[in-house]
Structure formats: C-alpha cells, structure tokens
Design a protein around this ligand. Structure first.
Ligand code: PMP
Length: 397
C-alpha cells in the first residue's frame, strides 16, 4: 500500500464536473447545455428507429459471441470506408486504405497516436486552439509533445484563417496536424471549401501528416458534403489518418463504435500498415466488441435501413439548425443591440457563444449549465427550454 499512498488525486474532467453539478441541482427547470450529446425536442437522447430495426434483426439471428478479428468486423470496416471515402473512390479501388474498427472516435485516435509514435517517434503533434479537450491529453499519453495551432478568433467568432496558415507554414516537416473534418468542437467554426484547399496545399508542400478527426459526419451540411474533405486530402497523395465516430450520428454513445482509417501510397504499403495497426490493437484490447459494429454494419448495408438512417440523421441536423435560428431570432428580440448572427454561421452541435466565464457563472445560478469557455451544446436546446435560456442569457449580458 506504500506504492499507492503517495498518489495524488487526478484533476477532474471539466465537462463531467458540470454534469455532476447539474445532477445535484434540485430545480426541476434545470437545463444542461454543457453536454456533448444530441437531445431530441423532448430533451431525450434518441434511440434511432434504424438502430432498433437492426437490433431486432440481430436478435432473430441469435449468433454466438465469438471474438471478432483484431481489425473488427469485415462488413463494418468496408461500410466505414465507403462512407468516409465515398463508395466509388479510387483510393478503395486501388486498395490504398486500411480500416480498423475502434472503440469510438477516442479509441480510433488512440490507436492512430500509438501507431504514429512507433514510426515517427520524434514528430510533434499540433492541435487547434482551442480543440476537443481530450486531444492534448490523448496525444501526450501516447508520448508526443503537443502544441497548438492558431484557429479561433473570438473577435469574429470564426476562424483566424491567416493565423492558421501561418501556423501550418511554421511547422517542421513531418509534424502531425490534427484537423476537425467538420463541426469543430468546441467552437462550431469550420473552414470553407476554399480554405480547405489552401490548408491541403500547405500540408502537402510542407510534408505534414494530417490526422482528420471526424466525429460529426452528417451534422454539418450532409454525409457526403461533410466527408468531402477526407476525399480531397486523400487525393492530395500524402500519408493520411482519419478517425471517425458513430457515437453522435447513430446515437450509439455507449456502444463505442468508431474506426481508424489510414491511407497508404499503394496496396502493398497498405498491407504492411494494417499488420502494424493490428499489433497496436492486439496489445491494447485484442479485438473490438461485437454489438455496435454489427448494428452499424447492418444499417449501412441494408438499403431500407440505410435510407431510414439518412433521414433520421437529417432530422437531427435540421433540428439543430432550427435551434440556431430560433436562438438568433429570440436573442435579437430580448437583447437588442447584441449581434448573435454568428450562431447561425457556426456548424454542428456546439457554439462558442461568446459568453464569459462570469456570465456562465450567473447562468448557473439560474440552473442553466454551460462550459466556462462559453461553449453551449445547441443540440440540448428544444422548443420547451429555449425561451428560458434566452431570457436568462439576455439577463446576464
Ligand atoms: N473527436 C471529437 C472532436 C469529439 O468531439 C469527440 C467526442 N464527441 C470525439 C473525438 C470522441 O468520440 P467518441 O465519443 O466516439 O469516442
């Protein structure tokens, strides 16, 4: 016990801390905008109909729970590739992409990080300023030095694109750049297609290693539209890693369904990469769980279920946009002279609202919970709670 006696308490996760405070709040009108989860208009995490139907089908089959292959279910990996790269992609025809099923987007990032550390041990990692709060810790825990690149501009509530390009140009050759493919978390500020073109030019010219994190495919402009950036990077020809997650797009948070895809220069190189990725998986958790992967593979490969999923995902995307519109309109009414138009421009589940830490503190006194940075989850707003949120925000401004 002397070994354990000297161990300090680890710092609390800032977002889980909000949820704990929210759960302890006895006000029946409490609202949690601090979460990273999609809620429907009734304030519930949806169980998608496509998932229910796929599960009913799987229950009928009563299949034994053998181990999956180290790289996961073959049908799942194939479906992921077609979703991420597009079904007719030359990358797939040339067998240049390899995909391993992973424990959510987080698991995919960790496999990618451990893999990169083996073969590029001296590279440094660059993440956006700010970024998803786990990016830094995750790459540091894989042994990397992690730096920021310029990204968000609080003055415009958008991207400081000139600053971002300067950062990219200054990175040493071989640096690993973590880029949010769409729906930037936490800011909601995405690059335009033209800006992506410039980023790809600099990444290619400076021989940087792009790692695209795509946790929200389908929540921006659409499944194919959001995935377009992956195809553009893949066509640029350099090494490329992509982590993707179905936590949000299938509302399967707890099933831990994601994948890591890596693009090689040719099929022979791809086979070598896959063998090494399998080693990383094998020494971490051996092989992924069956249920979530089977559900997603069933939905994606059964035409009616696939259509149902696309419709349900579009429903989530549209509802978030409606909440953005409503927030902007209602705030214009209640807080005239304040411009919240930028909330409409931001994309995905989140908005950097511009609320200060002090204002977030005042909201909390009204039982409305947001992140100290001012990040709010737009997907936690609904037709029943938005007026209370707007009134409270107008009061603290
Ligand atoms: N990347 C980003 C940008 C995220 O916001 C998240 C969390 N939603 C993840 C990765 C991790 O996804 P998962 O919950 O599937 O592990």
């Amino acid at each position: 016990s002397s070994l354990f006696a000297a161990i300090d308490m680890a710092p609390r996760d800032p977002i889980l801390g909000i949820t704990e405070a929210f759960n302890a709040d006895t006000n029946p009108g409490k609202i949690n905008l601090g979460v990273g989860v999609y809620y429907d208009d009734n304030g519930k995490v949806p169980l998608l109909a496509c998932v229910q139907k796929a599960e009913a089908k799987l229950m009928e089959q009563q299949s034994p729970r053998t181990y999956l292959p180290i790289e996961g279910l073959a049908a799942y990996d194939k479906a992921v590739q077609e979703l991420v790269f597009g079904a007719g992609s030359p990358i797939l025809q040339e067998k240049r992409a390899v995909t391993v099923q992973a424990l959510g987007g987080t698991g995919a990032l960790k496999i990618g990080a451990d893999f990169l550390k083996r073969f590029s041990p001296n590279a440094e990692v660059f993440i956006s300023d700010p970024s998803w709060e786990n990016h830094r810790a995750l790459f540091e825990s894989a042994g990397f030095v992690v730096n920021n690149y310029t990204y968000y501009d609080p003055a415009t509530h958008g991207v400081n694109f000139e600053g971002m390009l300067e950062s990219l140009k200054a990175m040493p050759q071989g640096s690993i750049v973590v880029l949010h493919a769409c729906c930037h978390n936490p800011t909601g500020a995405d690059l335009t297609q033209e800006q992506w073109g410039k980023v790809i030019e600099v990444v290619t010219a400076n021989e940087l290693v792009p790692f695209l994190d795509m946790a929200y495919q389908g929540f921006g402009a659409g499944i194919a539209e959001d995935g377009a950036v992956v195809r553009r990077f893949a066509e640029a020809g350099g090494p490329l890693l992509i982590s993707n997650s179905f936590s949000k797009s299938f509302s399967l948070y707890g099933e831990r369904v994601g994948a890591l895809s890596v693009v090689a220069s040719n099929a022979e190189e791809a086979a070598r990469l896959l063998s090494q990725l399998k080693r990383v998986v094998r020494t971490n958790y051996s092989n992924p769980p069956t249920h979530g992967g089977k559900v997603v593979a069933t939905v994606l490969s059964t035409p009616e279920l696939r259509q149902l999923w696309e419709d349900e995902l579009a429903g989530m995307r549209v509802r978030i946009k409606e909440m953005r519109d409503a927030l902007v309109k209602k705030l214009a009414d209640k807080a005239p002279g304040r411009d919240f138009e930028f909330v409409r421009e931001q994309v995905g589940m989140f908005s950097y609202s511009g609320l200060t830490k002090e204002q977030v503190g005042k909201l909390r006194a009204e039982s409305i919970y947001a992140v100290d940075t001012g990040r709010i989850c737009v997907a936690a707003l609904n037709s029943k709670n938005i007026d209370r949120v707007v009134d409270a925000v107008a009061k603290v401004l």
